[in-house]
Each structure stands twice: as C-alpha cells, then as structure tokens.
Design a binder for this molecule. Structure first.
Ligand code: F6R
Length: 661
C-alpha cells in the first residue's frame, strides 16, 4: 500500500465516440472481430513458442459512479475461470495509490479488501494464472512504477523485457519482481501527459499484450492498450469498463467495443476514445450490442461448456506445448524435471481414473515404443488396494485434471509410502495431487467446467507425448532427426484440430441420424483401443446411451455376438498394422448386418467395405492419431446428447471432481 499524494487534477470530458448501434451490423462486426482476434492470437502464440511464458489471465478496469472495489472484485470472480493463482487490484483513494494483492483464489483478495474498504470510483484488477513458476504476491498484478503512482495490469508476454529492464536498471529504476510486466510500469514514468507516455512506451514493447493502466495523477480515467491479446471496452451509463473478456461486466452493460490490435483507449465515466500508437483518432469504432445473457457469455457464445471446451482444444494445446520444445536443437524441454533423477527409473506405473486413465493407456504405447521403458497402467481405485509391487526405481505417474480425485490421491500417497518417485500430470494448479507429487507437469487446458472431460484429455496426451520424447532423448533411444519430426507433428496439431472442428456440422448431422439407437460399440487397436474406451465413455456420460469400448482384436472372442442391425459400431482405423488389422473387423460386422461408422486415418486402406459413414482425419504420426480422432468422437457424443435433450454440462449422477471414494 502506498500513501504518496500526487497533485490531483480533473481532466475535461472528451467527446463521446460513435455509438451507432445496429443489431445486424453489430453481429457481423462481433463475428469478424472474433475471427480476426483468433487469427492474430493464434499467429502470435505460435511465434512465441520458443520464448516462454504466456499466461491465461483476466483483466478488469472500472471508472464510474459506483464504488470501484466491489465492481472490480465481481468482475474478477467472473474471470476466475481464466486463472486463479493470484489476484490483485489498484484504486486511488484520496489521491493516493492503494494496491491489494493475494495469492490463491479471488476469495482471499476479497477478504483483504473487506478489511480495508475504499470509496474510490476507479480502479483496475487482475487475476493471474502463470504457466510457469510458483505463484507469489510479488508476481501478482497490478505492478507499480518506482514512485508507486502508476499501476499496470498485463496479459501476454513482453518478449524484450530483459533488455528493457537492464536499460531501466542502468538509469536507477528499482524492480520489485522478476516479471516481464513490471517493465511497463517503469517505462511509463517520466514527463509528458499520460497518453503520450503510453505511446512512447508501447512502441518499445515487443510481444503480445493487453494492458490496463491507472495514473494516480489523472483521476477518473483509465487507459487500455491492445496488441495481440484480447481487451474489450464496456460502455455503460455514467460508467465504463475495460476487460479481457465480456463476462467480466456483462451483467452491468451489454454494449461493447472490441478493441483492435494497435488501439489505445482512454475511458472516463462519461466518455471513451480510441487512438492508435501515434495518436491518430480512430473514427470507425462501433458499439456492439451483445445478445448473450451473462451465463451464455461465460460460455463464449456456445450453448454448453462442453462444446466450448471441445472448441478450445487447439488453444489449450498451444498453451500446453509452450516453451517445452526447442526445434533448433531438436530437443524437448521440461524445466520442471531439471534435477529429477529419471535416469534411475526401471519401470513406470501410470495411475489415474476415467478419461485421465485412457490418456495414460495411450501414454503407455508412446513411452514404451519411444523410450523403451516398461509401463503398466492401472485405475487408481485398483492400484490402491492391490498391494502393488513398487520401489524406489519405479516412477509412479499420476494423471488428473482436477488434482483432487480421491482414488488418485490415495494411490499417489501409497506410492510415496513405498519410496517410488511420484510425478504428476495435472491441470489444477496447486491442488492436492501436485503437493503430494515430487514433480508436476502441468497441462495448461484452462478451467474445465463441463463434467465430461474434453480439453484436459488432449492436453494430457500432448504432455505424455512430450514426456515420451523427453525420456527417449535422455535414454538415447531416438535420433535427433526423428525427434524433430515428432515435435513438428505435435506443433501441427492445433491447426489440424481447427480444421476438424470446422467439420462439426457433418458430425451433428450424423448424430441426428443415430441418436435414437440404443447400443454403440467403439472398436480400436493399438493407441485406438484406449481411444475407443474414451469415445464410448463420452457418449455414455452425456447421452446415457449404452456404449462400450472394445479392443478390436477381442471382438471374435465374444463381443461379436452382440452385432445385429440396430447395433452401431464406431470403428477407429489408426495407422499401420493396427489400422490394417481393424479393417477385418469391419467386414465381420458388415457380414452380420451391423451398422458401421468409421473414423479413419488417411492411410491407403484400399477398399473399405460398404459402411454407413467414413470420417477422415488429417495425417499425423501414429502416436498422435488419438489427438485428432478424439475431436469427432467428442462432437458426436455432444450432438447425440443435444438431440436427446440431456443436461450436457451436468449429466445425471456425475460430478466434475470425484473427491470421495
Ligand atoms: C470423464 C471424466 C472422468 C474423469 C475422472 C478423473 O469425462 O471426466 O472420468 O476423467 O473422474 O478425474 P480427474 O482427471 O479430475 O482426476
């Protein structure tokens, strides 16, 4: 908290920007802005892969007639799904900058603010989820300049921050954190009007950023800057907002201006204006009326969280891969594993539940074939009661989205008791599993709300593949050339996933044809066998239909007795020998008049016997086939459930996190 008082002066209200509202035009603009920003965001994030940390964080700024603190806290809570390892706000009270920061969820920050209420009517807030490093109050935003008169919140990455920081330190600036964001606050110091200082600063920044800035010297005014990171302006009655995402303020106003890359906006309670980095006024900014209710907005316009999360997979995958590879030297990098004695590992035991276990089963193929280490996979609920044979040469790899699944936690504790090394692959930051484990490799899927796990699964597979390559490079079971090729295949996945997602309408049509059937068999071999289990699990969870995943080779040992015209077989044709062998199953099913939907890799299979439908994925290596095939399987489960009218996000009898045995 800072109590320095700066000379306060009020600025005159600027002329309001254009607020021409036309619903049709608005929706068009909304859509094109969305596509444009997706394009840029994706383009930029792929460029940043080599450089490091991109954060999934939330920004809120408020200036208006209400007391700012509760508005900021409320906005942060609505953005909490973007990240919650630390949060903070800054307001100006009686001419003095006041900041509050806390690690952990927003509730902690809220309690701190309640103990220290302020009446300020303008302020900024931030919720942070770092993809690297341990959360701390020092790293939490807002960051301040040396004299604590300028507060900045930032999403994105300042790529050239090391160089900028050195230049600033050389002329006497003192930094309080190691973050790249803090350089922005220091660059903003100096003479001139705040807007000019912002212009001088942004032209020095390289990277991606959305910024919200508060100058103690300029009351009732906030600034926002957007460059390759989302920032929207909410236009209210006697109040205006800035936020990284619309849900932050949608219960207060539905009028939104989507900022473009290269925009600087200045907002006061009754005015807003946009200029470019060189001060030129923007004349065509349009106010868009958002038709969503607040809940729909949190779903990003999708009808259900499950659908939103299916569509988020390309981005989640990009985030998960970030900073974990080095194409120039053809290496996989896991900073989290530095100094971890993996060299002594003789055996790996993967334990998990449900979807996470299916990811683990696919991981077994990857690790054994690439790194030549024996791998066993077990459901955590089985492992914990089977008196497992493990010792200090065993690596127990626990996989969990939530990090709070009771059986997985019990299994991890048992593994520790028996001296095994415990590594986890987890999505929940700072959760119990990560605290029990010796090391954690985070998936960076973002918050998963739909009960049926989707994006966590693909991110778990990506981390497993990276881990297989990491082990393979350590054990020299892979050559540099092949390693590079595999990394390249991994990096191509987000784009390939996007292409498959564009095909949703075909899958919806397929679901319309089949949602009235009652029995579905999913068949696969090799990596497609666990994928068959996952495809069936997705369908049964959300549509309540009978769906069974089977190893295709086991069909003739019993399950083939089930085939009849009303039974639908979903056959997953992977690469190589596994795919070739599965072709035989199709003939057997067709001969018994069963219906067949094929999801196929584009290998040349010759004649596929006459089947009801073939869905083809794009080409990738044999280990990564599941990451693409899962998209049509998830979409099929979703659309069948939709047609049946079930509660997709909260299916009956299920909970998102199974914290009891
Ligand atoms: C299926 C699903 C569950 C979870 C399982 C493990 O869609 O969500 O099968 O995968 O309960 O949960 P986590 O990964 O949180 O340990």
């Amino acid at each position: 908290m800072n109590s320095e008082i700066a000379p306060a002066h009020r600025v005159s209200k600027k002329k309001r920007g254009s607020n021409d509202i036309n619903t049709f035009h608005s929706l068009f603009v909304l859509f094109s802005h969305f596509m444009f920003s997706m394009y840029y965001h994706r383009k930029r994030t792929s460029e940043f892969h080599e450089k490091g940390d991109i954060r999934m964080c939330g920004i809120i700024g408020y200036v208006g007639e209400k007391v700012a603190m509760p508005v900021l806290l409320d906005g942060l809570k609505r953005l909490e799904y973007r990240g919650y390892d630390s949060a903070g706000i800054a307001v100006v009270e009686d001419g003095c900058m006041v900041t509050f920061r806390r690690t952990g969820k927003i509730a902690g920050l809220e309690a701190l603010c309640q103990e220290n209420p302020t009446l300020s009517r303008w302020g900024i807030g931030h919720t942070r989820w770092a993809t690297h490093g341990v959360p701390s109050e020092k790293k939490a935003h807002p960051h301040l300049d040396c004299r604590q008169r300028i507060a900045v919140v930032h999403n994105g990455i300042i790529e050239n921050y090391r160089q900028l920081r050195k230049e600033l330190e050389d002329i006497g600036h003192v930094f309080l954190s190691e973050t790249d964001s803090e350089v922005v606050a220091h660059l903003l110091e100096g003479g001139g009007a705040p807007l000019q200082r912002i212009q001088k600063t942004v032209i020095k920044l390289q990277g991606s950023y959305a910024l919200c800035i508060l100058f103690q010297e300029e009351p009732d005014t906030l600034y926002g800057v957007r460059m390759f990171n989302p920032l929207v302006l909410g236009v209210g009655e006697n109040e205006n907002f800035l936020a990284s995402d619309i849900p932050a303020f949608l219960d207060k106003t539905r009028k939104v201006v989507f900022l473009d890359d290269g925009d600087i906006t200045r907002i006061t309670p009754n005015s807003w204006e946009i200029v470019d980095f060189y001060g030129k006024q923007k004349t065509q900014a349009t106010v868009v009326q958002i038709p969503w209710d607040p809940l729909t907005a949190e779903k990003g316009g999708y009808k259900h969280f499950m659908l939103k999360e299916i569509h988020e997979q390309p981005q989640a995958l990009e985030d998960t891969l970030l900073g974990r590879w080095d194409l120039v030297n053809g290496r996989v990098r896991f900073d989290e594993l530095e100094g971890f004695a993996l060299g002594t590992v003789e055996r790996i035991v993967i334990i998990a539940c449900g979807t996470a276990c299916h990811a683990g089963m696919i991981g077994k193929y990857m690790i054994e074939q690439l790194a030549r280490v024996p791998v066993e996979v077990d459901y955590a609920s089985e492992f914990r009661y089977r008196d497992p044979l493990i010792d200090e040469k065993t690596l127990v790899l626990c996989i969990s989205q939530s990090g709070e699944t009771a059986d997985t936690l019990a299994a991890a504790r048992l593994a520790r008791e028996r001296q095994a090394m415990v590594l986890s692959i987890c999505n929940g930051m700072g959760t119990t599993l990560t605290r029990i484990s010796d090391r954690t490799l985070y998936t960076r899927a973002g918050v998963e709300i739909g009960v049926a796990s989707t994006k966590a699964f693909s991110c778990q597979l990506a981390v497993l593949f990276l881990l297989s390559l990491y082990l393979a490079q350590q054990r020299t079971t892979i050559g540099n050339q092949l390693l590079s090729t595999h990394i390249q295949s991994l990096l191509a996945l987000p784009r390939q996933m996007n292409d498959l997602l564009k095909n949703s309408a075909t899958i919806h049509e397929l679901a319309r044809q089949y949602y009235l059937y009652h029995d579905f068999l999913y068949l696969g071999r090799g990596v497609c066998y666990p994928l068959a289990l996952e495809g069936a699990l997705k369908l049964k969870e959300v549509s309540y239909l009978h769906a069974e995943g089977l190893s295709a080779g086991e069909m003739k040992h019993g399950p083939i007795a089930l085939i009849e015209p009303d039974v639908i077989s979903v056959v997953l044709l992977g690469k190589g020998i596994a795919g070739a062998k599965t072709l035989g199953n199709i003939e057997e099913i067709k001969a018994r008049k069963g219906k067949v939907i094929v999801v196929s890799h584009p290998d040349h299979w010759g004649e596929i016997p006459l089947v009801e439908q073939v869905i083809t994925i794009t080409d990738t290596n044999k280990y990564l086939v599941p990451l693409l095939m899962i998209i049509p399987l998830q979409l099929f489960a979703y659309y069948v459930a939709l047609e049946k009218g079930s509660d997709v996000d909260q299916p009956r009898n299920l909970a998102k996190s199974v914290t009891v045995e």
